[in-house]
Ligand binder design. Structure first.
Ligand code: AMP
Length: 417
């Protein structure tokens, strides 16, 4: 039988794995500059964490969760996103009582959604993001946008994305807005796709960002949330826009931006790649998620990047992972008699943080050089009987082909030059 990967999953091999580790390293470096700490949560949660957290009306909970009963008939779910899990962890560990507020958590790992696989859309994918919990006002809303931009800057992509923002109100605003939307869409039900017909009752907001042309046409005349916001919400939204302008951050207001997750109740934002349907990064402010999951009334704000989409975007723009790898060596023992000496040299190099690979295969020196070339290593260390007896090596720069004899004692000094 030929085994294949599960549909919608993928392997990170070679350069892709390098992208992933470069992004991971850069991500945690930049988030720590904003004083976020890595927060590692389980992949599995009780299903209610997401059905309550992300919301029964969301597409994720209705159609996309990998949920199953374990052997004790408990319903478990592979996380479809991180926010609800991080909040569950903050509440369960009562971090709000022991930590300085806001709690700043960063994360990077896999999420799982049963979506139709296509370019930039997988069933198992990586997300990197932050949650800032215990905030009030708009300061951290703007700070997380700055953090996203700083990250994009590190990848030389900050001037290649477009920031869209919108403001969804709290429960009261949402209720009034949803009622008005439902009424409007009911009047146009015949013009809408089957999915959106169903959404009218369960989540009419989601119709606003349906990608189907006919639904977009109907949505273009739908009532807009901005006219339903309370005075306080309007003032907050204005303050966010003012602050962004002050910081010279360009943005575009999109009254149809609702994001797919029910918990957002203030600012929502997305960074998009022009002409791409899928968002590169999305986030927003939530007022009630912490209390929904059993905690105190604390507000939060966060965002999440899709790592596969980021990798693709970097590739499209010719941006390579910046490798911080140390110099590398291929040790070539020309005789069985010198193998102990070769092992000693490999140990010396590795103990001093150099990458070293030994050619255990032996054979002709020409085939050893071929292997070194295919492994893309920097230097060859050639050891014959003469070298072993004299406690020296032949050090060959595999790029310039320059070769010198170096004593064992001087090897580290020579290669650190
Ligand atoms: P969300 O959790 O829906 O706010 O998504 C946050 C980010 O995760 C998006 O902007 C995407 O970049 C990424 N993402 C969401 N769903 C997928 C998917 N099925 N495949 C790959 N990336 C995804």
């Amino acid at each position: 039988m030929d085994y294949q990967k599960v549909k919608g999953t993928h392997d990170f091999i070679g350069e892709d794995a390098e992208y992933l580790s470069y992004i991971r390293e850069t991500f945690f470096k930049v988030t720590s500059l904003f004083n976020y700490k890595e927060h590692v949560i389980p992949t599995l949660e009780y299903s209610e964490v997401f059905s309550r957290g992300v919301g029964q009306g969301s597409d994720i909970v209705r159609k996309e969760m990998y949920s199953f009963l374990d052997k004790s008939y408990r319903s478990l779910t592979l996380r479809p996103e991180f926010t609800a899990g991080i909040v569950r962890s903050v509440v369960e560990n009562k971090l709000y009582a022991t930590e300085v507020l806001p709690i700043k958590s960063s994360y990077l790992g896999q999420s799982f959604r049963y979506e139709r696989p296509q370019a930039g859309r997988y069933r198992e994918f990586y997300q990197g993001g932050v949650e800032c919990i215990g905030v009030s006002g708009i300061d951290y809303d703007v700070e997380v946008i700055q953090l996203c931009l700083e990250l994009l800057k590190r990848f030389h992509l900050d001037d290649k994305v477009a920031l869209s923002i919108n403001y969804l109100g709290g429960i009261d605003t949402r209720e009034r807005y949803t009622a008005s939307l439902t009424q409007y869409f009911k009047g146009h039900i015949e013009e809408m796709c089957d999915d959106c017909k169903e959404r009218i009752e369960v989540n009419p907001l989601r119709i606003l960002d349906c990608k189907e042309e006919r639904d977009q046409k109907v949505a273009s005349n739908a009532p807009e949330i901005t006219s339903f916001l309370s005075e306080k919400e309007k003032a907050d939204y204005e303050a966010i826009k003012e602050r962004l302008t002050l910081l010279n951050i360009e943005f575009h207001e999109d009254t149809h931006l609702v994001r797919g997750l029910d918990y957002y109740s203030g600012l929502v934002f997305e960074f998009n790649v022009p002409l791409e349907d899928n968002a590169l990064c999305g986030g927003g402010h939530y007022d009630n998620l912490v209390s929904e999951l059993g905690g105190p009334e604390l507000e939060g704000v966060g965002f999440s990047f899709g790592i596969e989409r980021l990798i693709q975007f970097m590739k499209d723009n010719g941006i390579k992972p910046e490798s911080k790898k140390s110099k590398s060596f291929y040790i070539m023992p020309l005789d069985k008699e010198v193998s102990n000496y070769a092992l000693r040299i490999a140990r010396l190099l590795r103990e001093n943080d150099y990458r070293a690979e030994i050619d255990y295969d032996g054979g002709k020196i020409a085939s050893m050089f071929k292997r070194a070339e295919r492994l893309n290593l920097d230097y060859g260390i050639i050891i014959g009987l003469d070298e072993a007896n004299a406690k020296t090596v032949q050090l060959k720069d595999l790029k310039t082909q320059e070769q010198i004899s170096v004593s064992y004692d001087k090897l580290l000094e020579e290669i650190s030059k």
